[in-house]
Design a protein around this ligand. Sequence first.
Ligand code: NDP
Length: 394
Amino acid sequence: MFDSLKKELSRRALLHRVGFGFMAVGVTGTVGNIIKPAHTLAQAGPAPSNEPSLPPEKKLGWAVVGLGKFATQQIMPSFAECKRSKLVALVSGDRAKAERYAQQYGVNPKNIYNYQSYDSIRNNPEVDVIYIILPNGMHAEYSIRGAQAGKHIMCEKPMANTVEECQAMIDAAKKANRKLMIAYRAQYEPYNLATIKLAQSGKLGKLKLITSDHGRTLNPKDPADIWRMQKKLAGGGSLYDIGIYSLQATRYITGEEPVAISAMMYSTSGDPRFREVEENVNFVLRFPSGVLANCTSSYGYSDTKRIQVFGSDAVLELDPATDYYKHRLMIKDKNGNQEQKIQEKNQFALEIDHLSESIIQNKQPKTSGEEGLQDVKLMQLIYEAARTGKTIKV
Ligand code: NDP
């Protein structure tokens, strides 16, 4: 017991001495026959990873809206790892479920709301931030009502169904003088941050091509997938749900915006899952520097979350790239293959604390409403390119 404590303390002392917010550990694994020293990767996002936790009374109070799969399995447990944020309120259409979770997370039952009483959250000074984790088609309404109630807003991806809704959300937050952030967790996740740094620092040579593939099987028996088959609630099909990760990756890895888009779309004919939303979308993006991106998005095959970045000197592969945990980063160059090991962090806690920190410091969050709007604009153009068969200039 004492020995393991000593080991843990000396590990922490080492991490502290090296002094990285998002510590990049050495290359411990070898792949192929190459053993190389560690790259010092991973850059601190703006989340205060190394700083001490605020005392509970100083943490910002968060309300979670929609107690579904993602909220209950990933987001609510992550508050335990937050240093700037605490869960203080729940909004749900199911009172009994909300009471169960309130008890589990120590939320005062007086801070449980439903969709009718939601607006009265304005009278609750314990709530600083509202996190919208509802079906996509409800994001705009609940973000706008939340901002009008005087609260800061975190909204899940995709930001909303339409460009107009996204703009209305931005306008509502501005009018209320509140922050609006879109929960693009990959932009707070250490492996993705390391990938950005490697790609943009020239370590791979001149960037030529990115491929980004995201797919999963849509399961009509899973309650969380039922609304995903309905256009009104989902906004779109696989592109809106997971293809957005393919699109996002090309933008944050290049740091550029695409200037041309072409696309193709296909849904298995007669498959009832795809009566209203699409199954597969493949799209190609061209960026101003000349980088091309080949992206795929599918509801038809098994779990895929892969990004590859091809430079003139090396190829980077992140697979899985956008999972919750257990990412794997490989670099292939003239010396062979090497795996880069980076300390995993709870990306949900990092993104939640990022918004709290942005509020405390009165700064624009990194993944603002404008970032969400840009993806929705581009996804609409991807659909248009697929429908018309034309390459669209952005
Ligand atoms: P779920 O269906 O599991 O949860 C949605 C919740 O919204 C429901 O449980 C329900 O909560 C509430 N709700 C209110 N009205 C409706 C309605 N008409 N139909 C269905 N649900 C309703 O979905 P997910 O948790 O998978 O997704 C929610 C959001 O989170 C989506 O925007 C999705 O894109 C995003 N997401 C993001 C992920 C990420 O990695 N960033 C991963 C997964 C999802 P209640 O019963 O409490 O009212």
